[in-house]
Design a protein around this ligand. Sequence first.
Ligand code: MRU
Length: 352
Amino acid sequence: MHIPDLQTLRPSPARDRVEILDQTRLPHARVTVSLATATDAAQAIRTMQVRGAPLIGATAAFGLALALRGDASERSLAEAHALLLAARPTAVNLRWALDRVRVRVAPLATPKRASAAWDEAQAIAGEDIATNRALGEHGLRVIETLVAQKEQPLQILTHCNAGALATLGWGTATAPIYLAHGAGIPLHVWVSETRPRLQGARLTAWELRAHGVPHTLIVDAAGAALMRQRRVDLVLVGADRVTRNGDVCNKIGTYEKALAARDNAVPMYAAVPSTTIDWTLADGDDVPIEERDAAEVLVPGGEPIAPDGTHVANPAFDITPGRLLTGLITERGVCAATSAGLAALFPEHAHG
Ligand code: MRU
């Protein structure tokens, strides 16, 4: 099947800018924005014109390359790296991608840095597509196993947008779904709307529709009830950061889905490219959780929905303990969401 690529990010052949799909305008308008500097890239990440862990990482990598195009000095490298790293705190792909570009260019003479950084950013973008495809094949096996045991169509619930829009192509949670759909396996996706920014309603529903995958939008609070009614066979989500012990940080509301899934014996997996694993953190308690603006909660559609002066807490992510998950789907295979499970698939990190 063709790559589910929604042109989330397109590097210019002249290597002087990247075109991004402005996700704040979806689903109503398909607007492209041009990023020509590291400041542009940081702004696009901060305002969530680009979002989703892998896409944030790739955008930052190109942002660093754009900074070096203007000034490849040590100082410029350090300043652009810091600027982009500060754009959003939770998805570890951001740090991973920036560090990868920095490691590549730091030993080089300044005239060679911009071009090498661009090459590295392009490699990151290309690898993301291949990684998600590989991860999708392993997730497809999970779906095939469940299909053999359940009535069809298979009912899959997902939260937020861990789709092609969150990546360079395929998505993570959606990669197995697209492959299964492409293989003719009957399935239906429950799309959790994902308050407050509605990534499920605005983005996942949009891209599933674009690819012809049957789906139904639900309010976030309906997920547990559907699971209790035996109307969900599988929960598939993405991740912004997975710690060494298999704890999964993902969009706020994921933990509640996991609690409901466990209570109702519904299998739940996080689809995780290895770029999302933070080998430096022992468990989820140390993941920085982004706190976003109160306006996202108070004024969701332009009209205030609570009395003036209402205090708001708006944590954007939560931690799902690995023990609540059936497993992690990675590009190297499926493993238990535990230290041992991850170490078996990624032995090079087992003792690091
Ligand atoms: O705040 P967002 O929209 O960037 O959050 C995105 C998510 O939580 C995704 O599930 C995660 O980044 C995985 S994307 C493949």
